[in-house]
Write a protein of this length. Structure first.
Length: 82
């Protein structure tokens, strides 16, 4: 099964609640993942909070072009249910 992000909501700090198309949902803390040219700007919490679920890519994207693969997010997610 190819993973997709179905829903995402900002929780606090650098934490995002996610629901994936496999039925799993949980919280991912991205604080330690924001490094490199694309992700450094997202250390600004206002920019970080501006994410959305792209309807074509079906994952989290930011205005600066940064995105994270659903598999990457799932691997780092504290699973609340599946």
């Amino acid at each position: 099964m190819i993973l997709h992000i179905v829903k995402a909501r900002y929780k606090k700090k650098y934490m995002i609640w996610l629901r994936l198309n496999d039925g799993s949902e949980g919280i991912v803390d991205l604080k330690d993942e924001l490094y490199g040219e694309m992700f450094e700007p997202l250390k600004n919490i206002k920019r970080f909070k501006s994410f959305r679920v792209d309807p074509e890519l079906e994952t989290l994207v930011w205005e600066n072009g940064a995105d994270l693969a659903p598999e990457f997010l799932r691997d780092r997610m504290l699973v609340l249910s599946s």
